[in-house]
Design a protein around this ligand. Structure first.
Ligand code: DGY
Length: 323
């Protein structure tokens, strides 16, 4: 009998067929996220779970999945998985670090330019047939990234890759990291100071208990009038209610790829605001990056199903536990 694995997101048929040569596969192919009840039912008797961000894997689900021996997520972030519960059970959690650094850094810079040069707003304006005069001296004026101070919150691989790109624009770079890190041309600063001094603040930390609402109401209030917040990390890094207030008053601008609730609910206040550029969590969405992420996730899954150590493990401590 083949061991069972659950695939909790819709994937191309050829991937499912490949998995089915080795495993009994319970694959979700709905266009919406798999519900918690369905996931829990599907995991009965399963040894492996392949999942992604849209499927929370709670402690209850992990505890009920008594045969589970590997969780592999197609993401670098593991905040959707109850990590302490997985670790307690000795279940390794595979993730996909490294391969999405450049794509995500590109998108953060794209959002900075889109926000400071009002690109989405201008595109919409043209489509709405509002362009009924030729060149106008004061039309859709933005700000220059080359003259800006950009503050990087988090100087890990993605923050560093953003800094590398921005050096080419000639802007001043300041940054904060939880454990101090020296990055060429990035002036280290206290977190509050980054928010206070930057014209553009870009968030590049993982979501943890410590970083939840790192862009708090107080820190958003420290930002300069006219400054821009960029978030390609996780929605919960930002106090979204406070950001809505700041954007609603017109004091700040923002470029956001991630949200507290995804997909963004209909009638969300952001949808009516012109000073925020909205993207549907596409930081890693290039063909080559997504295929590299999937490749790593499949390797992790196969390793765990064969009781081998995972090449990219988010909780390596499971391998050093007393039996
Ligand atoms: C991740 O891998 O955590 C990203 O958010 C997915 O694009």
């Amino acid at each position: 009998m083949k061991p069972k694995c659950v695939v909790a997101l819709a994937l191309p048929d050829d991937i499912i067929e490949r998995l089915a040569t080795r495993y009994e596969v319970a694959a979700w192919n709905g266009s919406d996220a798999m519900s918690q009840q369905r996931l829990s039912d599907a995991l009965a008797g399963a040894e492996g779970l392949l999942c992604a961000l849209s499927t929370p894997v709670s402690a209850t689900i992990i505890d009920q999945a008594t045969e589970l021996k590997v969780i592999s997520t197609i993401s670098v972030g593991v905040d959707h998985i109850a990590m302490p519960a997985a670790t307690r059970r000795g279940i390794p959690v595979g993730h996909t670090p490294g391969v999405l650094v450049d794509s995500t850094a590109d998108l953060a810079v794209a959002l900075m330019l889109a926000s400071t040069r009002r690109i989405a707003e201008a595109d919409q304006w043209v489509r709405e047939s509002q362009w009924n005069q030729g060149w106008q001296s004061d039309l859709l004026l933005g700000t220059d990234i080359s003259q800006a101070t950009v503050g990087l919150v988090g100087l890990g691989p993605i923050g560093e890759a953003v800094a590398r790109r921005l050096r080419g624009f000639g802007c001043k770079l300041v940054g904060w990291n939880r454990t101090p890190r020296v990055i060429e041309d990035v002036e280290p600063m206290a977190l509050d100071q980054v928010f206070e001094q930057a014209d553009v603040v870009s968030l590049h930390t993982a979501l943890t208990e410590e970083t939840r609402h790192i862009a708090s109401r107080g820190r958003l209030a420290l930002m300069r009038t006219g400054a821009t917040l960029i978030n390609t990390g996780r929605g919960l890094l930002v106090d979204e209610h406070a950001l809505i207030d700041e954007l609603g008053s017109g004091r700040l601008r923002a470029g956001l790829d991630v949200f507290r609730e995804e997909p963004l609910p209909p009638h969300h206040p952001f949808l009516a605001m012109r000073n925020v550029v909205l993207l549907p969590h596409v930081g890693s969405a290039t063909l080559s990056t997504r295929s590299a992420m999937l490749q790593r996730a499949l390797e992790n899954l196969n390793a765990g199903m064969s009781d081998l150590p995972l090449a990219w493990c988010a909780n390596p401590e499971v391998y050093h536990r007393e039996p």
